[in-house]
Design a protein around this ligand. Structure first.
Ligand code: C2E
Ligand code: MG
Ligand code: MG
Length: 738
């Protein structure tokens, strides 16, 4: 109980609404402090009394006015005296406690009213500890400024705010906060059990005030650890707080952030924030959506849009973009830019024969070597299966480009060891320079591409600069493709035949069919020009089958002893119906299989692909002979001899050409011939042009020769003549038939 305070009591008395008892007032007026009675002063006393009564009437009026005033307030108000007795209360106060105003008794002690309420069960919090609860409640009454909440039996929650008045009494406010409480409770529920991690932190210093279970689980910090942190501690990078600069706006669109989890890992978040009050503090509630996976997927997509999946190098799009930027820059500085197109030589053959797995590994290896040969500031991209492009900057002389081209070719040319295969692959490079060969990236890329075609056509394994006129050549090539298609459709291609001479007897043992294309405008076109086009476009299969069929038909008309050799492209093995094409050709023509020879090149055997070998064995089983053409030009010719029992080896004409001048060539030819003897394989020398070459080959014991010295390839009619002449003159001492 608060102490009774005399001064306060005096004041309280002046305010009291009870009138003074008449007898006591008289006594006070007539008795002087020294005890003497002073009759003459009665009039004065009466006056004073009238004055006091007027004052009381005034006070009563203002009391009434006060009561009226406080009755219209939305909060409950109660005024108690220093003893805790009711002096004044408003309607709302009575309403809150479910009573009418006159149910409260003036002068009654709040404590007693409360006790009645407790007994009636008005205060659920008091149940079971009634006395204690009442004592606490009364003690609170005289502790100024302490708000507290009270739950009533019907579930309403009342906020009680009580303050001491100057005379030691209490003025108390009652606010019904039931709705607020309900909102708060549903908010709590939404916050606590939300599956989205949520954090409430102070606007002022970003202290973390509250976190929900999802946040605890997601970040891995305990609640206690969280509460020692600020939101800034969570951020992976120093950055402004999620609500900085926008404290006035209540709600914000999502922003993305990077946070650190307890285990040190980083997560990407989209944060939605909302300003609110937490207790008395302005705070921000953050809903944290983990978008790490989504971000990663987006980044992967963005990367994939600009990079090649196999090698991880930039793709054509990114290259274009970079070239545009480089050109924009060098236009200002006047620097030179080189665009190098690099194409692998014979990559298709590796892919076809060794399989795509090894092909892919090879491309990755090439990409790595290219990358490591370049400087940081140069760009590289993979354009398509076996083509790469490089942007070279900082060029002071054209030689710089040549140096880079050489370095690149050298780097690629080193053998690759892949799954036990030692693979060697060459490359060709086409170069276009800016300024000069084109001002914009499209032109430059196109011209570099053209220069590459030129490098490939000329001789593989080299580089070639763009020259004006290449464009025309590229168009010619396109025209060849169109015309070739028409020629094949019209069955206009013809095999010409070049005799193969047995060097012991000097007789023609066979002829090689070499395709010829009589072009209506350009005359006879060489297969060296159109076979690569046929291979690039897939026309080779039809072309090959046509030539094979015709060669068999025509050879069937020749003397029995004469064989016909037909060239096969490695691509014809890829389609899978080669065997039936050969069988059909033999059947239709009636040519015995033993009179047919098929020439294949080493590229076909880069891999001992079981499918290729099976086809070769099946062909041989028919009785067809298999020759290895252009022997010695590939990378490991010798090892191929082991993989298949060839019937004939044709020494490439480059060795024959060098026979006179080059001792090494002689040694090579000699060893090929002795190898052939050892294996029991016929050795044919190609491209014999001179008597000296022939003499040399004879001396080394070569079996067969072919070349302009004897005859060029001739049309069927001429060959028939030649063969007839041979049968008439059986022993051509010097087989000079041309
Ligand atoms: P190849 O199979 O090595 O044919 C030999 C080539 O050397 C022929 O060129 C022939 O005319 C040429 N030649 C022959 N003797 C000499 C000589 O003494 N000196 C010189 N300098 N050259 C000589 P051609 O006819 O231009 O054929 C070139 C290549 O085209 C052939 O090389 C062959 O690989 C390919 N080819 C020709 N016809 C066909 C065909 O029907 N199918 C396929 N897939 N390829 C063919
Ligand atoms: Mg040949
Ligand atoms: Mg050849």
């Amino acid at each position: 109980m608060p102490k009774f305070r005399p001064a306060a009591k005096k004041k309280l008395k002046a305010n009291t609404e009870r009138p003074l008892p008449a007898g006591r007032a008289m006594k006070a007026a007539l008795k002087l402090p020294n005890g003497r009675r002073v009759a003459g002063e009665i009039g004065e006393i009466v006056r004073q009394r009238a004055h006091a009564e007027a004052a009381i009437a005034d006070a009563r009026k203002s009391h009434e006015r006060l009561r009226e005033a406080i009755d219209i307030l939305p909060q409950g108000i109660v005024i108690l005296d220093a003893d805790g007795r009711y002096i004044l209360w408003n309607k709302k106060y009575a309403e809150i406690y479910n009573r009418s105003s006159d149910q409260f008794v003036h002068g009654a002690r709040l404590q007693d009213t409360i006790r009645v309420g407790v007994e009636r069960g008005d205060y659920p919090e008091a149940i079971g500890r009634e006395e204690e609860w009442i004592a606490e409640r009364v003690a609170r009454l005289f502790h100024p400024g302490e708000r507290h909440e009270q739950t009533l039996a019907d579930g309403r929650v009342i906020l009680i705010d009580e303050r001491l008045t100057a005379d030691g009494g209490v003025i108390g406010l009652r606010v019904d906060i039931t709705e607020l409480k309900q909102r708060e409770a549903s908010f709590r529920l939404l916050f606590d059990s939300n599956p989205v991690p949520m954090i409430v932190c102070a606007v002022e210093d970003e202290r973390i005030l509250s976190v929900n279970d999802a946040a605890v689980e997601h970040y891995g910090y305990t609640r206690a650890e969280f509460e020692k942190l600020t939101i800034r501690h969570l951020q992976a990078f120093e950055a402004e707080s999620p609500w900085a600069g926008e404290k006035s706006t209540d709600e914000q669109a999502a922003r993305t952030w990077k946070h650190v989890k307890a285990d040190g890992s980083l997560i990407d978040l989209a944060i939605y924030s909302r300003l609110l009050r937490y207790g008395d503090e302005p705070a921000v509630m953050l809903a944290l959506m983990d978008i790490t996976e989504r971000k990663r997927a987006e980044m992967r997509l963005a990367f994939m849009a600009h990079h090649d999946g196999l090698t991880g190098l930039p793709n054509r799009n990114l290259l274009r973009q970079r070239l545009d930027e480089t050109l924009a820059h060098t236009r200002r500085t006047g620097e030179k830019v080189g665009v190098l197109f690099l194409g692998l030589d014979n990559f298709k053959a590796i892919n076809d024969t060794l399989g795509h797995g090894i092909g892919d590994k090879l491309l990755r290896g090439v990409a790595r070597r290219l990358r490591s040969t370049l400087r940081e500031e140069d760009s590289i991209a993979r354009l398509n299966s076996d083509e790469f492009a490089i942007i070279q900057t900082g060029i002071s002389r054209p030689e710089d480009v040549v140096l880079l081209a050489r370095r690149l070719l050298e780097a690629i040319g080193e053998p690759y060891l892949l799954d036990g295969h030692s693979i060697v692959i060459g490359a060709s490079i086409g170069i276009a320079m800016a300024p000069g060969d084109g001002e914009d990236s499209e032109r430059l890329l196109k011209n570099a591409d053209m220069a590459l075609s030129r490098a490939k056509n000329d001789s593989r394994g080299t580089f070639s600069f763009f020259e004006s006129g290449m464009d025309a050549r590229a168009q010619t090539r396109r025209k060849i493709e169109i015309d070739l298609r028409a020629a094949i459709q019209g069955d206009l291609l013809r095999p010409y035949y070049q005799p193969l001479i047995d060097l012991k007897t000097g007789r023609i043992t066979g002829v090689e069919a070499l395709v010829r294309w009589p072009h209506p405008e350009r005359g006879m076109i060489s297969p060296a020009e159109f076979i690569p086009v046929a291979e690039d476009t897939g026309l080779i299969n039809v072309l090959g089958a046509q030539i094979l069929r015709r060669a068999c038909m025509e050879a069937a008309q020749w003397p029995d002893a004469v064989r016909v050799a037909v060239n096969l492209s490695p691509l014809q093995f890829r389609v899978g119906n080669l065997l039936s094409i050969v069988m059909d050709a033999l059947k239709q023509s009636g040519l015995p299989a033993k009179r047919l020879e098929l020439e294949i090149t080493e590229t076909l055997l880069l891999e001992k692909s079981s499918q290729v070998l099976a086809t070769l064995h099946a062909l041989r089983a028919l009785g067809v002979r298999i020759s290895m053409d252009d022997f010695g030009t590939g990378y490991s010719s010798l090892s191929y001899l082991r993989s298949f029992p060839f019937d004939k080896i044709k020494i490439d004409q480059s060795f024959v050409r060098d026979l006179g001048a080059n001792r090494d060539a002689q040694a090579i030819v000699r060893s090929i011939i002795s190898l052939g003897m050892g294996l029991g394989v016929t050795i044919t020398a190609e491209g014999v042009e001179t008597e000296d070459e022939l003499a040399c080959l004879r001396a080394e014991g070569c079996d067969e020769a072919q070349g302009f010295l004897f005859s060029r390839a001739r049309p069927n009619a001429e060959i028939i003549e030649l063969l007839r002449a041979q049968s008439i003159v059986p022993d051509v001492e010097r087989a000079q038939v041309a």
